[in-house]
Design a protein around this ligand. Structure first.
Ligand SMILES: N[C@@H](CCC(=O)N[C@@H](CS)C(=O)NCC(=O)O)C(=O)O
Length: 219
């Protein structure tokens, strides 16, 4: 594939959905053009590619557009998956499906309300209720990590990559409180990720895309 024919990934550095797709794409060894956007000032070209206008969006050279982060992760890993990240989805399909539904559903809802309480105009009791709801998911994650070092088993896999960016966000809301929780296995798992090279690579800062940038930044 020449550079010209590479897919384009519309992305936003701090978005956990976009982060997990960059992690999967980097792991797969595929190349794409990254186009960083500013959510408050979305380029017309982005909205032309996807009316839904949420990041991440992957546009393939064929013109096909993928608008869901889990779909983009699967797309990348189906082409090349050197450490079998997809394996857990086949080995434990019911658990994986329930885990991802909980993560992108009730956990993400609780995370948003806890982290961005002012946007939702919540009082302190309500915020604590959302923190408790999110913590219930984190406790389950911790219990699974007590069994083996990664959610996907003995090595990192799809479930780890899909969830770590969101757990990181939950911590950022109040690191002191988060670190004081009795989630030993979860703390070790998150720390290892935050200190990893893979995380540093996908968190590199990019100038927001503009027409003069052409296709985007090769990644
Ligand atoms: N279900 C989508 C959700 C993506 C999403 O909601 N991304 C946020 C940023 S983290 C977004 O683009 N929000 C639109 C906006 O803020 O205008 C996925 O998994 O890709």
């Amino acid at each position: 594939m020449t550079d010209h024919q590479l897919p384009v990934l519309w992305t936003f550095r701090r978005c956990p959905y976009a982060m997990r797709t960059r992690l999967a794409i980097k792991h797969s060894g595929l190349s794409v053009y990254l186009r960083e956007i500013v959510l408050k000032d979305k380029p017309a070209e982005f909205i032309q590619d996807s009316e839904k206008a949420t990041v991440p969006v992957l546009k393939l050279p064929s013109g096909k557009v993928l608008e869901e982060s889990l779909e983009i992760m699967r797309w990348a890993l189906k082409q090349n998956d050197p450490h079998d990240w997809l394996q857990v989805l086949d080995a434990e399909p019911e658990y994986s499906e329930a885990f991802l539904a909980e993560l992108d559903g009730p956990f993400k809802d609780a995370l948003d309300r806890y982290k961005y309480a002012s946007r939702y105009d919540l009082n302190e009791d309500e915020v604590l209720r959302h923190r408790a709801r999110g913590s219930a998911s984190l406790k389950c994650i911790n219990e699974r990590l007590d069994e083996h070092p990664f959610l996907s088993g003995h090595s990192q896999g799809f479930l780890d990559i899909a969830s770590l960016p969101f757990v990181r966000q939950f911590r950022i809301a109040n690191p002191t409180w988060f670190d004081s929780q009795d989630w030993t296995s979860l703390h070790a798992w998150l720390k290892q990720f935050l200190e990893s090279k893979q995380f540093a690579i996908v968190m590199q800062k990019l100038t927001p895309w503009h027409l003069q940038q052409g296709k985007g930044i090769l990644f």
